[in-house]
Design a protein around this ligand. Structure first.
Ligand SMILES: CC(C)[C@H](C(=O)O)[C@@H](O)C(=O)O
Ligand code: SF4
Length: 465
């Protein structure tokens, strides 16, 4: 039978299948962070169990870590969270990259960067943005804390069969348009529930032409439109990116791996339950105006009038969003002034993202009254960025150059918006209070973030002279 890429990976991992029951899948890589693992370890303790495959389990600290220093965690709740992870990893023999470690970072930046993430793997983590790893042709998805316990104890996971969807990206990408613009445009088109129940494969020449970083940005936001996972078939770009990374196979094993990885493509004639197409030719720099990632518009446009939505639910949501965001229908998006610009997160905190932001801000200054935080997604991204002088470009421009972590992507650490403050943020969620109580978030790409920092209002690099 002709199968999709996702079905191939799935089938290769079934350890038990019975009619009328979910499949039991083997898990190749289990990533952990401090937020969703404590109860799972407690569960193991209570049942007197150990971790089945500590060698396939790896932890990092990211959500609760400060980004202004590598030692002091002032908030007691965050400190307890981190100390608990350290104790659990020590007790159960799990490798941990703690604050200050050269590999520490946001779990979805750290995994790929270390070469832990490889094509054809099943990868889980108690975190919804585990979909990021799908960019390598891995079947990767977020799981809940009770499932984390199950995987820790057994290295397997019970899963009902998802539906299959293809998203075809066609047309010619306009200059200055990034992967972030594409995924924001897609989510605005299909809505935040558009992918529900599906494992998605992103395909087409536009995807093939993207860098691994761009592909990760797209896979990362799969969950923001309801998809369970978002895969991209591995190709030469994938192999070149992975080669030589610490956990990547070496020598003969590398050659054998690549030979296998080349088979990880959707067969001609394989059937998808749903197929959608996004023509990228008309996509321009995109920003969100509302409080979910599907409430977006081209930066060149206006804040929409809620009355323009036919669907009553969408209309009501738009009304509430404008109220919360302090925006008026018809207002030009380019007139929206921001207080804070955040470059970072597992969506856009990789080296290429920092390069893109740096190239825009180089030789320019952050606008008066605007605070710009640049937060590498991992300590290794930070080191690589420093090796090419990106830190100096940001500091010179008046931005803050921080240590790695989730930072202002979500308010679980000291980097937060104050009530009423407005940000342009390269992260993936603009929910109410996401970046701090009362904070207002506009999701943007790294170049738009940098241009916005310079202008002080939502802006694209083409606005700068
Ligand atoms: C804290 C964690 C469970 C959460 C997630 O699952 O995604 C976080 O990473 C997020 O981005 O909201
Ligand atoms: S960077 Fe943001 S989206 Fe990614 S794992 Fe951290 S909190 Fe979640």
């Amino acid at each position: 039978m002709n199968r999709t890429l996702a079905q191939k990976v799935w089938d290769a991992h079934v350890v038990h299948r019975a009619a009328g029951e979910p499949d039991l899948l083997y898990i190749d890589l289990h990533l952990l962070h401090e937020v969703t693992s404590p109860q799972a370890f407690d569960g193991l303790r209570m049942a007197g169990r150990g971790v089945r495959r500590p060698d396939l389990t790896i932890a990092t600290e990211d959500h609760n870590t400060p980004t202004d220093n590598l030692i002091k965690i002032l908030d007691p709740v965050s400190r307890t969270q981190i100390e608990t992870l350290r104790r659990n990893c020590a007790d159960f023999g799990v490798k941990l990259h703690p604050l200050g470690d050269p590999v520490q970072g946001v779990v979805h930046v750290m995994g790929p960067q270390q070469g832990l993430t490889q094509p054809g793997m099943t990868i889980v983590c108690g975190d919804s943005h585990t979909s990021t790893h799908g960019a390598f042709g891995a079947l990767a998805f977020g799981i809940g804390t009770s499932e984390v316990e199950h995987v820790l104890a057994t290295q397997t996971l019970s899963q009902g069969t998802p539906k299959q969807m293809a998203v075809n990206f066609v047309g010619d990408l306009q200059p200055g348009v990034t992967a972030k613009d594409l995924i924001l445009a897609l989510i605005t088109q299909v809505g935040t529930g558009g992918g529900r129940g599906h494992v998605v494969e992103y395909r087409g020449p536009v995807i093939e032409a993207l860098s691994m970083e761009g592909r990760m940005t797209i896979s990362n936001m799969s969950i923001e439109w309801g998809a369970k996972a978002g895969l991209i078939a591995p190709d030469e770009t994938t192999f070149a990116w992975l080669k030589g990374r610490p956990y990547a196979p070496q020598g003969d094993l590398w050659d054998a791996a690549v030979e296998h990885w080349r088979t990880l493509r959707t067969d001609e004639g394989a059937r998808f339950d749903t197929e959608i197409t996004l023509d990228v030719s008309s996509v321009t720099p995109f920003v969100t105006w509302g409080t979910n990632p599907g409430q977006g518009a081209p930066l060149s446009g206006d804040v929409p009038d809620p009355a323009s939505f036919d669907d009553l639910g969408e209309r009501g949501a738009a009304e509430r969003a404008l109220e919360y965001m302090g925006l008026t229908a018809g207002q030009r998006l380019r007139d929206v002034a921001v207080d804070v610009v955040f470059v970072g997160s597992c969506t856009n905190g990789r080296l290429e993202d920092l390069r893109a932001a740096a190239s825009v801000i180089k030789g320019r200054k952050v606008a008066e009254g605007v605070r710009m935080l640049v937060v590498p997604g991992s300590a290794a991204v930070r080191a690589a960025a420093e090796a090419e002088g990106l830190d100096e470009i940001f500091v010179e421009a008046g931005a803050e150059w921080r240590f790695a972590g989730c930072s202002m992507c979500l308010g679980m650490n000291p980097d937060t918006l104050k009530p009423g403050q407005r940000s342009a943020s390269t992260s993936n969620r603009n929910f109410e209070g996401r970046q701090g109580r009362g904070g207002r978030t506009h999701l943007v790409s790294p170049p738009v973030a940098a241009a916005t920092a310079v202008v002080g209002r939502l802006a694209a690099p083409s606005d700068l002279n």
